[in-house]
Design a protein around this ligand. Sequence first.
Ligand SMILES: [Zn+2]
Length: 245
Amino acid sequence: MKSETIQRYIHGDTSIIVSSLHGICEEIANNQGISANGDYLSLGTAAAFTAALAAEQKENETYLTACFKWARTGKSIAVTAFGDGRMCAYIETSEPVKEADNTILEVTRHSDVGGEYVSVVVGKNVQGTINAYISESMQRNAKWKAIRDGKTTIGVFVQELPGATDLRQTWEDIKPFFKTLDDGELIKAGCEKLGERELKFGCHCSRRSAQKILETLPVSERESLGKTAEIVCKFCGKKYEIENE
Ligand SMILES: [Zn+2]
């Protein structure tokens, strides 16, 4: 199937969201200086999952951020996705936690009235945290799978609509797609296509958000910055010159 797309299907009373990313992950990897293969794979899965979550955002949400953290390595990958298909991400490493082997998933939903809703789940690995998020936070009967095709990541998110009981059957029916990755297979399996949207790299930063970051710094740090402070967006690398007074 075409990459940089998100597709929505319905099969009986079960909804299917299929995300496919390649170019966006390449761009993020370049921006963030990722070269390790394992990091690239983790980024692909994180991005495919976040795109699927954003595809069914609640009405008043502007964007959401899913941040995966690996306690043992201290690495974290945060992906932001908007309902309109824009996505960006950053990767950073903080102090590792010795002897911890958990993965943490923190999902922040940003609403247009300025509020944030954060939920945190813990699992053994990326798949484990996604499963925990689906059952504990979303409280849905749903299944998630990420499939790798070279440098492309395909994410499949299948969830029962309220009152439905056909998740297992739908999963069985669409299994041929997991092998061929030809979206015609989904139609053959009885899925009805509801829509398709293009995904593209795009950031949510602005002069205002840079100003906010500066305002939240401790006074001692602000004083050391001089008359104008340069704030660099960690998602896209864009630089903002902000007056520091
Ligand atoms: Zn930015």
